[in-house]
Unconditional design. Structure first.
Length: 314
């Protein structure tokens, strides 16, 4: 219930700011930013990057979360279209189901830029910006082998096998790890992308496989859950690596617990998405390819201090 109230409050505040007569009424109009969950660090970073860039370019913003619910997403898209937004930045709730959502917006002359998750159709969204999960997964797997060696037992905790991005990361891991016949995966479990399921999965696996050398994880919360489990079991020498790059992961890397992660540039793709949307609104085209991939940045103890809110400062 509190989430619904929070969303309603966010809608009210954002819409009030966009009404005629407000301080920014002389601006360029309003851009809607729709992400999964504003209480999740990754999605909050997307929203932060997009909102900051939109305001810098002279737009008002409406920032909402759909909770990875396709029906809620459709309601919110229709809502913001009714409010006359100039365009939409969307991290969609489901790739396949969101094709109709994007098409409905575009049919009403509201351009959409997709960030993080693509849809399986070209020529509808004006841009589809996602992370290079294959590259990020490959780099982490390579560092994993370098760290634990080419022989021994390891575990994979996937982030959410219903998410194409997580499937791609797992495939990338195995393109590297399966090349080493003496490196044995003794367990693989879907930890649903969250810390508590990650800890619970690791607790269970350790009972059957106490001699593992490493755990490779599909995202950051799962990796932090695995570390919590290993700490409780007194397993201080098991190598854990993941993908995401949150502030909590950064701190764990600096503390020497998480050995490496690949930071996904959440703010970077959101900022670029707003820039492309602005180009389309002002000129009728973006001048760039529709589908674009952004590299993950390998984060170790040497460079972790450069990470803040899924943004890397040199």
């Amino acid at each position: 219930m509190w989430k619904k109230l929070a969303v309603a409050a966010a809608v009210a505040v954002s819409f009030a700011a966009a009404l005629p007569g407000s301080a920014n009424a002389a601006g360029k109009g309003t851009i809607a930013i729709l992400v999964n969950a504003l209480d999740n660090p990754y999605y909050a970073a997307e929203a932060k990057g997009a909102e900051s860039e939109a305001k810098k370019l002279g737009y008002d913003t409406i920032v909402l979360s759909h909770g990875e619910d396709v029906n809620k997403q459709n309601e919110l898209v229709n809502l913001v279209i009714g409010k006359g937004v100039k365009g939409i930045i969307l991290d969609n709730a489901d790739s396949n189901s969101s094709v109709a959502t994007v098409k409905a917006a575009v049919d009403k002359k509201v351009p959409v830029v997709l960030i993080n998750r693509e849809i399986p159709k070209d020529g509808i969204a004006i841009a589809q910006l996602s992370h290079n999960n294959l590259q990020a997964g490959t780099e982490i797997a390579q560092r994993f082998v370098e760290t634990i060696g080419e022989k021994g037992e390891y575990v994979e905790l996937t982030c959410n096998l219903a998410d194409k991005n997580c499937v791609t990361r797992s495939q990338a891991f195995h393109q590297v790890l399966d090349q080493y016949p003496d490196l044995k995966m003794v367990a693989r479990q879907d930890a649903k992308g969250a810390l508590l399921p990650g800890k619970q999965a690791m607790d269970s696996i350790l009972q059957e496989h106490p001699n593992i050398k490493g755990v490779i994880c599909g995202n950051g919360p799962v990796a932090l859950g695995a570390i919590a489990s290993l700490d409780s079991a007194g397993k201080k020498n098991v190598v854990v690596m993941g993908i995401d790059g949150s502030n909590d992961e950064r701190d764990s890397v600096l503390a020497g617990k998480l050995k490496a992660t690949a930071m996904l540039q959440a703010q970077g793709i959101a900022i670029h998405g707003v820039d492309l949307l602005n180009k389309y609104i002002t000129t009728g085209k973006t001048g760039e390819p529709e589908r674009q991939l952004t590299r993950g940045i390998l984060i170790t103890k040497d460079n972790a201090s450069h990470v803040k809110d899924f943004y890397y400062t040199k």
